[in-house]
Design a protein around this ligand. Structure first.
Ligand SMILES: *Cc1c(COP(=O)(O)O)cnc(C)c1O
Length: 465
């Protein structure tokens, strides 16, 4: 291209000030601020200049879409780093994807409390200061059948708070088969050290008997701790002590029995074809003094650590200095109360709590979803090999590590790119889609994509080809 031609194109490039006078750009300024819009305009004009050097055709097309380009640029720059994604991995409680998604009613509670002032620590009856746990403690006690309850930021904090309150400087007896690491540096021995308790291991990795616990008891013993081995399984020649046996021993020596359940399940999952996972209610009924569990695993609520059990211990924790550091914010309190409210009725919980709904959705419905997506892609003219195939969903989040849930997936065998390249393109969609790759196919498991998301999910996929 001649210098003269280039100059001619350059002269066509509008001035920043001229663009700023346009109505749609002015609207942009009032939404995102003058500075941000000027930055966006400058970047777009720079791209325009570069296109002028490349070809007049490219320049013309860029010139045509300049307004839209500026709007897109400003919005993109303003987008948050944390964003919605579609989870097509089939892992229901995916820790890296935020574990439990919340349902409509849970979210409504959060929006209302977060958007304005609330009675977070204010007693509306007396007009005086209230306690933030009063909003949820009664409900949790009622549903789990505990004497009292309190919640903190996560289950790791719950274990730390329990041990710091009850067993500082004292020995806590744990089976060698239960010295678990959850991931993210949560290791029972290390948490125990941090909380000032002394770990007293007993038994063997595969077998621990009640007599092992009894032998380990001495005058400095502070508690018996049982940790639910939620993220691995010891199989074969094994033996573990039941909560009932521990409770009996605890009563004999006046020692509290603490159970870290990990995943706090409140409904009997056997009804839905899954193996038995000890529920919070039955563990308390067996006599455990304190039970703790996560809010965002099988409970299906916000990230939290919930402690339920004997009133005297709960009171002591309420007054512990760490409680101030671990306490929940108003957003979580609202979501937590709304979550437990759903559990007043099991049918209601299974219908309204997304995690439970995903677990219990009949496999036929999942297959129908996969077929809908597959057919939509085919009728949109997608040339890739797209199929509906059986797949296996998982609970994830360290729950039932060996258990698979029957599922269906849309699978794609890309023709002109690698599976990795296609998966990367899926991650860069407006709402990123997260998948896994198996047998040279990109697998889109449909158990973790909800019915409500289906339309948007399909429309997004169409953008790829
Ligand atoms: C998941 C888990 C934890 C940690 O819970 P967070 O809520 O992630 O802090 C602790 N103990 C057990 C047994 C767990 O499964």
């Amino acid at each position: 291209m001649s210098e003269g031609k280039k100059e001619e194109l350059f002269r066509k490039i509008p001035k920043v000030d001229t663009l700023l006078k346009e109505k749609e750009i002015q609207e942009l300024c009032s939404a995102y601020g003058h500075g941000a819009v000027v930055d966006g305009i400058r970047q777009c004009l720079e791209e325009l200049r570069r296109s002028a050097i490349e070809s007049p055709e490219l320049f013309a097309s860029k010139m045509e879409g300049l307004g839209a380009q500026i709007i897109k640029k400003v919005k993109e720059t303003d987008a948050l780093s944390v964003c919605k994604v579609f989870n097509a991995t089939g892992i229901i409680l995916h820790t890296n994807l935020g574990r439990a998604p919340l349902g409509k009613r849970q979210l409504e509670a959060v929006l209302e409390t977060f958007g304005g002032y609330s009675n977070l620590e204010y007693n509306l009856e007396t007009g005086k200061r209230g306690k933030r746990w009063e909003h949820y403690a009664g409900e949790i006690s009622e549903i789990t059948g505990s004497g009292g309850a309190i919640a903190v930021n996560n289950n790791a904090a719950a274990v730390t708070l329990i041990l710091s309150t009850l067993t500082r400087g004292k020995e806590v007896i744990v089976s060698r088969g239960e010295l678990i690491e959850i991931g993210g540096r949560f290791r029972i021995p290390e948490v125990m050290e941090q909380s000032g308790a002394i770990l007293r291991e007993t038994g063997c990795t595969n077998r621990t008997r009640i007599s092992d616990y009894e032998k380990a008891i001495n005058e400095n013993t502070g508690a018996l701790l049982k940790v639910h081995t939620s993220n691995y399984k010891i199989m074969g020649f094994t033996e573990e002590v039941s909560v009932e046996e521990l409770v009996e021993l605890g009563e004999k020596y006046h020692l509290p029995v603490i159970v870290d359940l990990g995943s706090g399940v409140l409904v009997n999952l056997e009804k839905y074809g899954l193996p038995h996972e000890p529920t919070v209610q039955e563990t308390l009924k067996k006599g455990a003094d304190l039970v703790c569990f996560s809010g965002d695993k099988l409970l299906g609520g916000p990230q939290a650590g919930i402690i339920a059990g004997k009133k005297t211990y709960i009171k002591a924790m309420e007054n512990h200095p760490l409680m101030r550091a671990f306490r929940l914010d108003k957003c979580t309190i609202a979501a937590l109360e709304a979550t437990f409210r759903e559990y007043r009725d099991e049918e209601r919980a299974v219908k309204n709590i997304p995690v439970l709904r995903m677990i219990t959705t009949p496999v036929n419905e999942v297959r129908e979803r996969a077929q809908t997506v597959c057919e939509a892609l085919k009728s949109a003219g997608v040339k890739e090999k797209v199929e509906v195939q059986k797949s296996r969903a998982m609970l994830g989040g360290g729950s039932m590590p060996t258990e698979e849930i029957p599922s269906y997936a849309v699978t794609v065998m890309p023709k002109s790119e690698s599976c990795e390249a296609l998966a990367a393109r899926m991650r860069s969609l407006p709402v990123p889609i997260i998948v896994h790759i198996k047998n040279d196919r990109v697998i889109l498991d449909m158990r973790t994509v909800s019915e409500e998301e289906l339309h948007e999910f399909t429309e997004e996929l169409k953008l790829l080809w």
